[in-house]
Design a protein around this ligand. Structure first.
Ligand SMILES: [Zn+2]
Length: 74
């Protein structure tokens, strides 16, 4: 997975968001085509297309309903 070193909210709803980052060509790994993060909100477990991250830190992922909870990680 390619994580751009930026501070802010980013989306991973499709491979459109991660391919061709910085002009690089992604490795041909079919398993990497679909982001499959799960919401970190306790008891939720929904697919989480919303990632929150600071530079050089592990992103935290939340679903649409709980994405506001990710603000604490920015
Ligand atoms: Zn959730």
């Amino acid at each position: 997975m390619i994580v751009k070193q930026v501070c802010g909210i980013f989306l991973a709803m499709s491979d459109e968001a991660t391919r061709l980052a910085e002009g690089m060509i992604a490795a041909p790994r079919p398993a990497a085509r679909i982001e499959n993060h799960l919401c970190e909100h306790a008891g939720c477990g929904m697919r989480a297309p919303f990632g929150f991250a600071r530079p050089r830190q592990t992103p935290h992922w939340f679903c649409l309903a709980h994405r506001a909870a990710g603000d604490r990680y920015l």
